[in-house]
Design a protein around this ligand. Sequence first.
Ligand code: ME8
Length: 632
Amino acid sequence: MRQRNMSPVASRRTRSRRPDPTARTARAQPPAPHWPRAPRLRRPFRAAALPRRLCGGAAMLRPPRRLPRPLRRATATVAGSGHRLLLSTPIFYANGPPHIGHLYSALLADALHRYRGLRRAGPGRLSTGTDEHGLKIQQAATAAGTSPSELCERASGLFRQALTQAAVSFTDFTRTSEPHHQQAVRHFWGALQDGGALYKGSYEGWYCTPEECFLPESQLAERRDAQGRLCRVSLETGHQVHWTKEENYMFRLSAFQDPLRNWLRDNPRTISPDPFYQLVLHWLEEDLPDLSVSRERSRLQWGIPVPSDSTQTIYVWVDALVNYLSVVGYPETHGEWWPAAHHVVGKDILKFHAVYWPALLIAAGLAPPERIFVHSHWTVHGQKMSKSLGNVIDPFACIRQYTVDGFRYFLLRQGVPERDCDYYDEKVVKLVNSELADALGGLLNRSTALSINPSNTYPCFSQSCFPNVLDYRETKGMGRASAEDYEFVASVASLPLQVASYFEGFQIYKALECIALCVRQTNSFFQRHRPWKLNRKDPAEQLWLDTIIHITLECLRVYGTLLQPVIPHTADRLLSRLGVEPEERDLSSLTFLPRYSGKLCPFEGRQLGPDTGILFHRVEKPRQQQIETKKL
Ligand code: ME8
């Protein structure tokens, strides 16, 4: 994993403390077991506790003067019912076109944002954008024979277009070249300076331009370049590094080691999944050198000048991170949103978000973000995606080939945040065809076929066929449902809570896995009872037939509702076919099979929506392997 670091200018020994495993969130008991074998549930989201001390252990260096009072407010603005929440994607470097890795980050954030909408959890924003300053962009523009601003204009447009085509429901798109963002960065710099968190120092180290950071010796290797000369490269990415020596402004990062540790120990769910939380704690056990936060303007012109020192340009990472504040109106109106922010980031930029960003925020008198969701990377046929290998996968081509929903489903169902995932076309075709076209589409098709449901209505559920029992092993002689049927409806009944718990823990792929399993079980249920063989003229058979279809449509309603954050268009078609009105599609309307417990079912007897044909068409592999087609 790429561990970016700054200069070894100031470092100090730290005490080694292991995290207290008992501090983890306790698990709550499940609700009353109305259905047999309900799964155990996680406790709902808990308010973040306050950091115990703000600048503990910072005695060696001058700690920031201004105390971060808003930290105390952090507890009051937690995401939950009725609260505001800012969800964010990283802002993407505008030095090249988007690829599926970028899209994956954005889709994860989009699914969380849409899911929150389903919960009617309160006002929410989804921010994204482009990171347009820095040496990397400056050099890319020179190489392309264009100006940085023109390059950024084109790249930013492509990112916006890719996200829009992929149905990412972003509410804000920040370009760091925009005046309002630059104003926010200048203000933020002023807050750091006022708080005593900056000093000017001579600085030297190995700089990696593609990663826009300095790397310590431990993260370097030696390699021969094209001319056979020995050169230093980043161990992780293989990019060449260059020795850089200049006068820079330094940020007293080392003064924040204890505050950061305390913040994370007190808020163990801040970073998900857990292995990344452990990794950050581990980083905080090691030396935390101060951070160079400016570059000489003579080397880097494409960036925001340091206020009151026109010989220096603000470090691109400080500039970029402040997008999370500028988007919510910093320095004027951010208090309405901040710190209710959840950042989705790739593992490559975890240190920037979980160490540097919170430290910068505290130093500027603000609270750290509430949560950081981390994901791993997509590789292609086992290799890292890179322009030089020519294996970059173009999201535009994938959407064309597999449809928006097909490709969204693939990335979110197959992407596992904890580990890298490998992309190849056969995998997309197989997954999307089996789970969306065959299993889900087939189920809708079979259960709404005119041959078994000629009235095209949501039929009635009969309790005499499927009696409400406390223990299904005692149903002998009662009704027509088997033990397997009881187990199956129990698993569908528990699905919304399982999905909620997986979304909460940033395991969207697991939520989709559970849904896919239930869809398979519903197909088996339908197949097992062969409703097409039942004699509609026999009133008893008709009751059972109606009950089978009712249960199947209820299952489909649950799947359609829960799949909205991932496959919004297909879910919309599915719910429309079932006659579910737009206002009946949120989670509060998701009581599964209410008639089983003797409650009213608003859908019973209702006319189904019009048949608009196949729910999801099978997809095919492209003739040639997908390679990047969009160019800047
Ligand atoms: O790092 N697989 O921008 P970026 C999965 N501008 N996700 C990937 C990926 C891959 N192969 N490659 C990239 C930057 N990503 C900075 C961010 S935020 C204040 C500044 C995802 O364009 C991953 O989330 O290099 C990565 O962090 C993000 O794209 C942005 O990458």
